[in-house]
Design a protein around this ligand. Structure first.
Ligand SMILES: *[C@@H]1O[C@H](CO)[C@@H](O)[C@H](O)[C@H]1NC(C)=O
Ligand SMILES: *[C@@H]1O[C@H](CO)[C@@H](O)[C@H](O)[C@H]1NC(C)=O
Ligand SMILES: *[C@@H]1O[C@H](CO)[C@@H](O)[C@H](O)[C@H]1NC(C)=O
Length: 487
């Protein structure tokens, strides 16, 4: 498959057309046939128009869309940047949001490297260090909690709560009264006393045993504790509770009722783990959804919202299916079998081995909603970048920004032709990314090539590269699907 980039050819003023023609001179289009158009001006306008909401306005966002299929239910997904408490929208803000996002991203990757088996064997070539680690900055989001929000109902009657979603977490938790220590959230903190369906779990129960780091409280209730490594954490007791997803009510979901929580979860009440383990929401829904869910991540800097859909009915017809790999040493994470990379339709001469998840659980390619920028082992990243630079020698360069070493000064361009970037998967499918998924605006001039080195043998497919592409997980059959819809 080639998930074509749907390059919309805009109607351009004649003077601007010249720029496009000019910028394609020098590119031997015959030897590198696969180019697409990046709409520079439209991207910048979209970025400028972007208006975040105040925390107090969160409730205005739509929470669900009516499902058109009985076998699925759908939630709206909102990117964290939409939920900024700063309402002004200027390029300065775009730049600030971008830099904050990159800071979170570096921390997220550092935490994945610690949690995954590859963590101990960095290749020593990470170009950037996490300097502010362990400093006073507390951001739970940076560590375990991802970048996207959904709104669900907790308890009976349901209380609306914002939750962050995380494809690499295996627990569902909300802040709970009585709070020994709670951070500020946008909705009132959930009170078990107001819910008819709340049922504590005893520490002898099998549910309790399935939770990592569980223990026993004085009253024999099951205690849980999740620490995200940067000073943020949630601690409390485990309970069975009813969750409401739009019109769908799910009873007896094991959730953490967090009485001691620390972290800046941007107003969210808690976290909805979507990982591959048995205690994540997906794991618990099991039979009801056949372990199937699908999401479409919103484009950053636009007002569109994405979606998160559960159920077999969410599995699209016509997607390209790639084997989902499991790492026994990291069961929460979704790995995919990547075999190669291509630029301009030409497959890079790098070994498949570089992406392999080996028998010890090292390496491999993780799909992660909480990481923004896709990371590859240094060797693969360098090959990708060098091929891209070679095929964009006609474009004016700009100096590197943040974690990016390959940036372009696209000031004055309406649109530019850029080579395609493709992921080749085991079994044959190829995912060709839309240009906006790999050349991203940093400021009014610079667009950067949005990949980086992982500094280890681990690869991570991040949310910038996943944006706008329907991504479906069929846990029961062990496949991840790309497309066919763009959204
Ligand atoms: C809003 O932005 C300003 C600077 O642009 C920053 O100093 C301030 O901390 C921000 N406020 C919040 C709540 O993020
Ligand atoms: C979703 O929105 C509808 C209407 O805006 C509201 O009635 C409902 O309570 C909301 N549900 C949740 C879980 O927030
Ligand atoms: C980017 O290009 C524009 C137009 O060619 C030029 O005026 C500007 O100085 C350049 N900026 C940088 C940072 O190179």
């Amino acid at each position: 498959m080639s998930l074509a980039s749907t390059p919309m050819l805009p109607i351009l003023p004649a003077a601007m057309l010249q720029l496009i023609t000019l910028c394609s001179i020098g590119v031997a289009a015959t030897s590198y046939p696969d180019f697409q158009l990046l709409n520079v001006k439209q991207t910048l306008i979209g970025t400028k128009m972007f208006k975040p909401l105040k925390t107090s306005e969160f409730h205005q966002l739509p929470n669900v869309s009516e499902s058109d299929h009985p076998g699925k239910w759908e939630l709206k997904l909102v990117h964290r940047d939409k939920l900024s408490s700063n309402v002004t929208s200027t390029f300065h803000d775009h730049g600030r949001r971008f830099h904050e996002r990159m800071k979170r991203d570096v921390k997220r990757v550092a935490s994945l490297l610690r949690r995954l088996p590859s963590g101990g064997s960095h290749d020593g070539d990470a170009a950037y260090e996490v300097n502010d680690f362990g400093s006073g900055v507390v951001s739970g989001m940076a560590q375990g909690s991802g970048e996207y929000f959904v709104r669900i109902g907790v308890g009976s009657p349901p209380r609306s709560q914002y939750m962050v979603i995380d494809s690499g977490s295996d627990i569902v938790w909300v802040q709970c009264q009585h709070c020994n220590q709670c951070y500020r959230q946008s909705d009132p903190v959930f009170n078990p006393a107001d819910s008819a369906s709340f049922a504590g779990v005893s520490c002898g129960s099998s549910v309790c045993e399935r939770i990592e780091n569980s223990g026993c409280n004085a009253g024999r209730s099951c205690r849980y504790e999740v620490s995200y490594g940067d000073g943020s954490y949630t601690k409390g007791t485990l309970a069975l509770e009813t969750l409401t997803f739009g019109g769908t009510v799910v009873k007896n979901v094991a959730i953490g009722c967090g009485h001691i929580n620390r972290g800046m979860f941007i107003g969210a009440a808690g976290l909805l783990g979507l990982g591959g383990g048995s205690m994540s929401l997906v794991g618990q829904l099991g039979g009801q959804t056949g372990g199937a869910f699908s999401y479409c991540l919103v484009s950053r800097g636009t007002d569109a919202s994405g979606s998160l859909v559960f159920g077999r009915g969410a599995m699209p017809v016509g997607a390209s299916w790639v084997p989902l790999l499991r790492n026994p040493r990291a069961p929460s994470f979704y790995y995919v079998g990547l075999s190669g990379l291509g630029v301009g339709g030409i497959r890079l001469a790098i070994s498949e081995e570089i992406f392999r998840l080996n028998d010890l659980g090292y390496g491999g390619v993780v799909m992660d909603t909480g990481t923004a920028v896709t990371r590859f082992p240094t060797l693969a990243y360098n090959a990708l970048r060098d091929a891209f630079i070679l095929q964009t020698s006609n474009l004016p360069r700009a100096s590197g920004v943040s974690i990016f070493d390959t940036c372009y000064n696209l000031s004055g361009f309406v649109s530019v032709r850029v080579p395609t970037v493709s992921f080749y998967f085991l079994g044959g499918p190829t995912l060709t990314l839309p240009a906006r998924n790999f050349l991203i605006p940093i400021d009014e001039m610079a667009f950067c090539f949005a990949f980086a080195s992982s500094g280890s043998e681990l690869s991570i497919i991040g949310n910038i590269q996943q944006e706008g592409i329907q991504i479906s997980f069929d846990g029961a059959n062990g496949f991840v699907g790309f497309g066919p819809n763009v959204c």
